[in-house]
Write a protein that binds this ligand. Structure first.
Ligand code: PHE
Length: 341
């Protein structure tokens, strides 16, 4: 291979010069030596050879070489200044300043509780579903065996949004919607918002979360109901937590019950949270009323089942000893930050 001509060597130097603009300090020194070094710099060598060339060649190559030398020097100087500036800028960072905490998202404690409850019921065969928050009187009341002249249907207790249309006062309408749509065996849990004209006080909110549960099949008894609730309570609270069933009335169950769990604050010995009773109510429940089953087209002689409705806000308060339900609505990060896992 023949030696590259002086002209080609000059152009080679010109293209090598392109990397100067992005070189770091080490590379910059290296390049300066390589190209302009007093002894062995590529360009220096060529410049040194110029006096021995024929006059024509000397003129042409000399002009190009000197121009290149100037360009390189400007590029080296500019990059050097840039690097120096970057250095002083990074020196201005005060490493003794406290760092900025990074923000990590988390779920609201009530959402966490809802998910956990649904997961526990999934273990015993319950599917999680949702339903409409705007309901008809028919599903919210009539199909649940609640006559429209029942106090629960009163305008004082319910947000009507139009004639016969309202914000559901509980998640129980999903009992009827589910039974009309799916043939038994049915096992569902239905989390969602419910609305009542309640004052916003330490233990009430006009919009609150509920979880409806429904199991309908052949041969389901009250014992199955008690076993399912007992399983849930022991899983959610602790293995030694006791449950209490008290007779109660809801038009859509027979018999009806209210379920209490052992107070988590005093473990049942009696304190101000449980009003000295040792127990706190967590849900309304009972065996699905035959009139509800029949109203959904099911043979009440063949099918039985149980239903329950619980309030995750209350359950979260119970578990974490939260004294005021409004804390769960105010989005105060000092409060919510305590539930980041
Ligand atoms: N829907 C009732 C309420 O909101 C609770 C309930 C659900 C009671 C299912 C019995 C069966 O208070």
């Amino acid at each position: 291979m023949s030696k590259p001509s002086l002209h080609d060597r000059l152009e080679g130097i010109a293209s090598a010069a392109a990397v100067i603009a992005t070189a770091d300090a080490n590379r910059l020194n290296q390049l300066r030596l390589e190209l302009l070094g007093r002894k062995a710099g590529h360009l220096t060598e060529i410049l040194r050879m110029l006096p021995d060339l024929a006059p024509d060649e000397r003129r042409a190559l000399g002009a190009r070489a000197n121009q290149l030398k100037q360009q390189l020097e400007t590029a080296f100087d500019r990059r050097e200044r840039e690097l120096k500036e970057l250095m002083t800028r990074s020196v201005q960072v005060d490493v003794t300043m406290p760092g900025r905490a990074s923000w990590r998202g988390a779920q609201h404690p009530v959402t966490q509780v809802v998910d956990e409850i649904c997961d526990i019921f999934r273990e015993i065969g319950f599917t999680r579903i949702v339903g409409p928050e705007v309901e008809t009187e028919e599903y919210n009341f009539t199909k649940l065996n609640i006559p429209l002249d029942h106090p629960a249907a009163d305008a004082h207790d319910t947000f009507y949004v139009g004639s016969g249309i309202l914000l559901r006062t509980h998640t129980s309408p999903m009992q009827a919607r589910t039974l009309e749509r799916y043939a038994p065996p049915v096992r569902v849990v239905v989390p969602g918002q419910a609305y009542r004209r309640d004052p916003f006080d330490p233990s009430h909110a006009p919009a609150f979360e509920q979880i409806e549960g429904l199991a309908v099949d052949e041969g389901i008894s009250f014992a199955d109901f008690k076993a399912a609730i007992d399983f849930f309570v022991k899983r959610f609270f602790s293995r030694d937590t006791t449950v209490r069933f008290r007779p109660s009335f809801f038009p859509f169950v027979e018999p009806g019950a209210e379920v209490d769990v052992q107070c988590q604050v005093c473990r049942g010995s009696g304190c101000s949270t449980c009003k000295r009773t040792g127990y706190l109510e967590i849900m309304g429940a009972g065996m699905v009323h035959p009139a509800v089953l029949e109203g959904c087209g099911l043979d009440a002689e063949r099918y039985t089942g149980y239903a329950f409705g619980m309030g995750p806000h209350r359950i979260a308060m119970l578990r974490y000893a939260i004294p005021d339900i409004r804390l769960l609505f105010e989005s105060d990060m000092r409060f919510l930050g305590q539930f980041v896992e």
